[in-house]
Ligand binder design. Structure first.
Ligand code: DOR
Length: 440
């Protein structure tokens, strides 16, 4: 699978920037899309051709919230294994979170991640800078980064900013995007005491309840309004938060939801136990439906996986000693396209929520659309066949998925990163490398 000078994708069902689909060809040269037309004749012998008859061509998924564990926690995942999983899942770019070891709270730590990614990442990458009580100058100057990550709850150590004064100090300085993990730390610690001694993981959703999420989201919105500060609400999980945003959502605020908060709920604990434990926790079937509606109505802007792998050994401990989090990059696109095929939404909406809207919200130039001049980050999906999620086929180092056994369609047939075939017909090309993303 060496990379040819140019690549011609023939007879694909192409997602256009108008949100319509057309059957046609796409010509790629030097990492970019150069032509989209009903029929393109190759004029160079070095052009590789892919016959995409029956397949749908979408802009590559940009996953705007992942935890890839490198440096420091590579026993769970690393940038190479995670990016292989991305390629298999149709994810061509990711934005990664700062809770690695060391924490990504300085320019030096950010540079280290960028350097590591340049040598081992099959897909494109960007890294958040994490806020602590002490690193305001780093937050103002770090570059390149999609924004500042604040953990308002569900975190221990320096990355936790749970007091209003500490949050305000960050909101009032600078302009760059602030992305919040919105859960109220003091409500959670009080409820943890109240429910101490219960080892059923289902209690997790009651300890870190809807109210804990709502309180923190309200506070973040209040500060964002006070300073007109660009705010992004990460993995929104409750009906209450969706209702709040439906009533009041300034133009500078965006929100995301994960496939697991749309498709799994508290009933999952019975079947998969602590594998269903994540932060913010899974909610009720009612929350699932309200989140779906908010997504369809544009109250929620896009999808992120919050890919947060932990080993099966760690997950096999007794709650509450088990870590929160589940992997997601390998299954997110197929899950959402399966939902589309079952009538929950359209394929065009999935393409928007998983690529176009992410690129425009984070100001990532030249990504998120299939048109001349855009980067050739693409995924060809097969919407005709269904295949189950099988543990033995997973590439994430943690080796499990909360969706094992789910029968899905829309699996990636070919994933193209900068014009190179990173995944094709069941094989990952480990030679392919992505590039650092920029943010405007
Ligand atoms: O469940 C979670 N786990 N949620 C987060 O936001 C962090 C993550 C992790 O890093 O394990």
């Amino acid at each position: 699978m060496s990379s040819p000078t140019s690549l011609l994708i023939r007879r694909a069902r192409i997602y256009l920037p108008t949100s319509e689909f057309t059957i046609g060809d796409v010509l790629i040269r030097d990492r970019q899309i150069v032509e989209v037309a009903p029929e393109i004749s190759p004029n160079a012998t070095s052009t590789r051709e892919i016959d995409a008859f029956g397949l749908t061509l979408l802009p590559g998924v940009i996953d705007p919230q992942v935890h890839f564990r490198e440096p420091g926690l590579e026993y769970k995942e690393d940038l190479f294994t995670a990016s292989c999983a991305c390629a298999k899942g149709g994810v061509t770019s990711f934005l990664e979170m700062p809770n690695t070891r060391p924490l990504t709270t300085t320019q030096a730590a950010l540079n280290d991640k960028l350097e590591r990614a340049s040598t081992k990442c099959l897909v494109n990458y960007g890294f958040f800078i994490g806020a602590t009580a002490e690193n305001l100058p780093d937050l103002l100057e770090a570059n390149p980064t999609p924004g500042i990550k604040i953990f308002m709850g569900s975190m221990h150590g320096p990355l936790l900013i749970d007091q209003e004064a500490g949050l305000e100090a960050i909101f009032k300085e600078g302009k760059r995007l602030i992305a919040v993990h919105a859960e109220d730390a003091s409500r959670i610690s009080q409820r943890r005491k109240q429910f101490a001694g219960i080892h059923d993981p289902a209690i997790h959703s009651q300890i870190q309840d809807n109210q804990a999420a709502l309180l923190a989201t309200k506070l973040a919105l209040k500060l964002s309004q006070k300073y007109q500060r660009r705010l992004h609400i990460l993995h929104m999980s409750t009906a209450e938060e969706a209702d709040l945003l439906r009533e009041y959502k300034p133009s500078w605020v965006t929100a995301e939801v994960t496939p697991q908060h749309l498709l799994l709920n508290i009933n999952a604990y019975e079947e998969i136990g602590t594998l269903a434990q994540m932060n913010p926790p899974l909610r009720s079937p009612h929350d699932n439906e309200v989140l779906w509606q908010a997504l369809r109505d544009g109250v929620i802007d896009f999808i992120a996986t919050d890919h947060a792998p932990h080993t099966l050994e760690e997950k096999a401990q007794e709650y509450p000693n088990t870590p929160s989090g589940m992997p997601g990059v390998e299954t997110s696109l197929a899950l959402m396209l399966t939902a589309a095929m079952s009538g929950k939404c359209t394929v065009a909406q999935v393409a928007n929520w998983m690529s176009t809207a992410v690129a425009s919200s984070y100001g990532i130039p030249n990504k998120g659309a299939i048109a001349p001049g855009y980067d050739a980050d693409l995924v060809l999906v097969d919407l005709n066949t269904y295949r189950p999620v099988l543990r033995e086929q997973l590439l994430t180092k943690c080796g499990w998925s909360p969706f094992e056994g789910w029968n899905l369609t829309g699996w990636a047939h070919t994933t193209i990163v900068g014009g190179q075939l990173a995944y094709h017909e069941g094989k990952v090309n480990t030679e392919v490398r992505g590039q650092a993303l920029s943010f405007s």
